[in-house]
Write a protein that binds this ligand. Structure first.
Ligand code: NAP
Length: 216
């Protein structure tokens, strides 16, 4: 059976679709950071690439990101732990591959190469199995990945009306053919952990809402 390759885009966006400024995120919402980490670590209740019953390799999810997003992650939490990190770049010299902490980090020059790498990992008998693919930014990577045939878009909408003066943006996506905003119950049913519905208030006073859009 040919498996559907699904990209799960994950982003927190403000009311202008802003996602970042000065290679950083211009808001602090610890509850959303926790959501991002739990979602990308634990993945989905039913993985997009289920492992066949005959093979049981240790499994994890992949996070695909652009070089600038990689650099924007504080060094103490980089690479993203318990996830396979694939960094898209024309360069390779910005990561110390000799350092054992980077065992599950690879650089590739394109998203297509990232997909090929996931296939290679999953087809090898040793090593690990990739359950699902999360695309975690930034702007260029989202712009390319959003046109993939099968996408889920996990958006945290930040509701505060003040401008964050972002310089990088998430693409406008509502025009995508067949893309639907899913109801909260559908989002909750995909996740192996609990989240709250509706507009929530962070302990840092930001208003935010977890949502899901999907085109299949
Ligand atoms: N709010 C959120 O949820 C969120 C999530 C992630 C990131 N961010 C923010 O987004 C900003 C970083 O995003 P960004 O858009 O500036 O950069 P980015 O997409 O993370 O990285 C851009 C770099 O990635 C490589 N690249 C990207 N697309 C490529 C492609 N299709 N083919 C080949 N190489 C490609 C290139 O690297 P080379 O130049 O090395 O070739 C390019 O310079 C930061 O402010 C970060 O904090 C926000």
């Amino acid at each position: 059976m040919v498996q559907k390759r699904i990209f799960n885009l994950v982003a927190a966006i403000d009311q202008n679709h802003g996602i970042g400024k000065n290679n950083d995120i211009p808001w602090e919402i610890p509850e959303d950071m926790k959501y991002f980490n739990t979602l990308t670590k634990l993945g989905l209740k039913v993985p997009d690439y289920p492992q066949s019953n005959s093979i049981t390799k240790p499994s994890m999810n992949v996070c695909i990101m652009g070089r600038k997003t990689w650099i924007s992650i504080p060094e103490r939490v980089r690479p993203l732990k318990d996830r396979f990190n694939i960094v898209i770049s024309s360069k390779t010299d910005f990561i110390d591959f000799e350092n054992p902490k980077n065992k599950y980090v690879k650089t590739v020059p394109s998203i297509q190469e990232a997909l090929n790498l996931v296939d290679t990992i999953n087809n090898s008998e040793n090593g690990i199995h990739i359950n699902s693919i999360f695309v975690v930014g930034g702007q260029r990577i989202y712009e390319e990945a959003i046109n993939h045939a099968h996408v889920r878009i996990f958006i945290t909408h930040i509701q505060n009306p003040n401008s964050h003066e972002c310089t990088v943006f998430f693409p406008k996506f509502l025009h995508i053919e067949n893309l639907k905003k899913m109801d909260f119950d559908h989002l909750a049913s995909l996740l192996p952990f609990k989240i709250d519905p509706g507009v929530l208030i962070s302990k840092t006073n930001y208003k935010y809402e977890f949502t899901l859009y999907q085109n299949f």
